[in-house]
Design a protein around this ligand. Structure first.
Ligand code: PLP
Length: 404
């Protein structure tokens, strides 16, 4: 059973105070807190196993390599990839997206080819494509959304032409919480002969993401948003596509043989992992994934959905409240503004009450423009948040509101 009080004990930081008040941490879409097992895995590996991985003949190197490659298998299982060759370790979602833009862009995109993104993408799924537009003259197209924050699938389908090569879509919006219909979008993309990349930064932490069930060609996520450490992330890519893509960076680890005349590359996934990998981070990420798997992704999802619904209901009742993103089934994120209060003021005053939320454009300025605002306040939930914390947020907002 999912016992929130037991779960919270796994996260020592939740017990601390800020400004002499109990911490209410509601900035989980930015990064999640770490359970003790993850922090201990990092310390233990440095204390007792640490050695550079791959090619080492000595005991420690082999043990560190085993942990690193076992972590790859844990990720494979977690997202249901077919083979570990399809799991590339990166620094995070942003690097994974830049890798695809650079390498897929090199292999498959030519002047006039089209990439479709959505109006609710994070900057990390917009700017790499704009950089490619500057280099190669590709065309960027944008899927619009309704005022509730639901992607317009008819408009999406109409964007396709024979030049459309790739669709890039956030599985869950980091601002609106909308869960996009990526499986349907993948079917439509494939029917038009295009590939699809799913940005799973905000879905992988919250519910079971099965890349084969979705039918996506690429999926990316960050370790630190799913209770793992910073500096490690994942690119899942279909093996036949990764095989046809050139390396992203050159260096050690990614080569088979080097001469001054010619270099051949390692097999997948190592071709995309130049240099010493974050092997401690990969192991700690695997520990985090095992941790959430043991709790049960379905339990986590149910808990967070109930909390999101409760928060939406409670917040709606606050005078002057404007909620952004009211799509059915939305997930774990509530973005809002209250009256004419600047979100920065709101965030700063809530912080004094011990409540950590995020304010600003949330790395989604085109979405802010679509919503007609400069910025928003955002509360985002994780597996350890409670109804009492939502109550504290609601009371805090109401208290701030009365000051203006
Ligand atoms: N994509 C989405 C939907 C996000 O929410 C984020 C982070 O907030 C990113 C991409 C970028 O993730 P990272 O900064 O971990 O690379």
């Amino acid at each position: 059973m999912y016992d929130i009080n037991t779960v919270r004990k796994d996260f020592p930081i939740l017990g601390r105070e800020v400004y002499k008040r109990p911490l209410v941490y509601l900035d989980n879409a930015a990064t999640t807190q770490k359970p003790r097992c993850v922090v201990e895995a990092i310390a233990n590996e440095y204390y007792s196993v640490n050695a550079n991985v791959h090619r080492g003949v000595h005991f420690l190197s082999q043990q560190a390599t085993d942990l690193h490659e076992a972590a790859r298998e844990t990720v494979r299982r977690f997202i249901n990839a077919r083979d570990v060759a399809e799991v590339v370790f990166t620094r995070g979602t942003t690097e994974s997206l830049n890798l695809v833009a650079s390498s897929y862009g090199e292999a498959f995109l030519h002047e006039g080819d089209e990439v479709i993104v959505t109006v609710m993408e994070h900057h990390s799924d917009i700017v790499p494509w704009q950089l490619l537009r500057e280099r190669k003259g590709i065309v960027l197209k944008v899927v619009p959304m309704t005022d509730e924050g639901v992607l317009d699938l008819d408009a999406y389908e109409q964007l396709f032409t024979p030049r459309t090569r790739l669709v890039c879509v956030a599985h869950v919006s980091n601002v609106l919480g909308t869960v996009n219909p990526v499986k349907r979008m993948a079917e439509i993309a494939h029917a038009h002969g295009a590939h699809i990349l799913v940005d799973g930064a905000q879905s992988v932490p919250h519910f079971k993401v099965d890349v084969q069930d979705i039918g996506c060609d690429f999926m990316v996520f960050s370790g630190h948003k799913v209770y793992g450490p910073t500096g490690i992330g994942v690119l899942y890519g279909r093996e036949d596509l990764l095989d046809r893509m050139p390396p992203y960076q050159g260096g050690g680890e990614m080569i088979a043989r080097v001469t001054f005349e010619h270099t051949t590359y390692e097999r997948l996934p190592f071709k995309f992992e130049a240099g010493t990998p974050d092997y401690v981070g990969s192991h700690a990420l695997a520990v985090a994934l095992d941790y959430v798997s043991a709790l049960g992704m379905d339990h986590i999802h149910a808990h967070e959905r109930a909390l999101t619904q409760y928060a939406m209901e409670q917040m709606q009742a606050i005078e002057g409240m404007h909620l952004f993103g009211t799509a059915p089934g939305k997930d774990a994120v509530v973005a809002f503004n209250v009256g004419n209060i600047h979100p920065l003021d709101l965030g700063t005053l809530l912080d004094r009450l011990g409540i950590a939320i995020r304010t600003g454009h949330h790395c989604a300025q085109p979405l802010m423009q679509r919503c007609g605002v400069e910025g928003m306040a955002r509360a985002s939930f994780a597996l350890y948040n409670t109804r009492e914390e939502v109550d504290a947020l609601v009371q805090g907002i109401d208290r701030v509101r009365k000051m203006f």
